[in-house]
Design a protein around this ligand. Structure first.
Ligand SMILES: Nc1ncnc2c1ncn2[C@@H]1O[C@H](COP(=O)(O)OP(=O)(O)OP(=O)(O)O)[C@@H](O)[C@H]1O
Length: 212
């Protein structure tokens, strides 16, 4: 089943063409890797899929299961694109709790579980302003998975993670795939792509070229 479909998508910024008639389908229960050089448009692609920006032409269709009439954005998507702005003066847990309270769907225990899954201590008293880059990355990951989101859109999820954390996040993503979740990720590390991805798309000549 196709979860996200791109049909003839074109996008440019100030005369710089990023996509031209790009077409691709991303399937349920698979891990999809998006590769391409710096500035090729990986983050822009993810922002278009999540409805944050719009293609100049063409269509991006999301399975209606992930649509809600009341929202312009897809629902049940866990997203990491750019580094989110957390509140520095409170702990990681408190940040996630405030975000979780917006939907009011999960318990404190589920927030703690998500933090533990990415090797963050939910009981730590350290404020986010004192977090390292890798810890902020883990917090973003915890946010993306804490509501048990079915589709994960992860731009550079391994960025700044130490070797042990890379290993545990890889295992986590493979476990999510087994559960039937759909994952799109970017990485500049070929090993991540080779180990994790069922399908790989390369941004090449403004299109999404299937390489695996
Ligand atoms: N809001 C914007 N206004 C103007 N140009 C933009 C905007 N957003 C992105 N761009 C440009 O689009 C191009 C693609 O950016 P994008 O962040 O998608 O690249 P990327 O493939 O994710 O790169 P990297 O591998 O370095 O993360 C870049 O040249 C960027 O400057």
């Amino acid at each position: 089943m196709t979860v996200i479909n791109l049909d003839n998508v074109s996008k440019s910024y100030k005369g710089i063409q990023l996509f031209e008639h790009a077409t691709a389908a991303f399937d349920q229960g698979k891990i999809h890797g998006i590769v391409g050089h710096n500035g090729s448009g990986k983050s822009v692609l993810f922002k278009m899929i999540c409805g944050f920006i719009h293609p100049d032409a063409g269509q991006i269709t999301i399975d209606p299961v992930y649509r809600d009439k009341r929202s312009h954005f897809p629902v049940n998507f866990g997203i990491i694109i750019d580094r989110p702005g957390y509140i520095g003066g409170i702990t990681g847990y408190e940040n996630l709790k405030r975000l979780a309270d917006i939907q009011g769907r999960i318990t404190p225990q589920e927030i703690r579980q998500a933090m533990t899954q990415v090797d963050l201590n939910p009981n730590a008293e350290q404020k986010v302003k004192n977090y390292s880059l890798g810890m902020k990355q883990k917090l973003a990951l915890a946010q993306a998975i804490m509501e048990k989101q079915e589709v994960l859109i992860l731009d550079e999820p391994f960025n700044a993670l130490d070797a042990d954390s890379v290993h545990s996040v890889r295992e986590l993503l493979l476990a999510f795939k087994k559960e039937g979740k759909t994952i799109l990720l970017t990485s500049h590390n070929q090993e991540d792509i080779d180990l994790l991805c069922d399908q790989v798309f390369r941004i090449h000549r403004y299109a999404l070229e299937r390489v695996v």
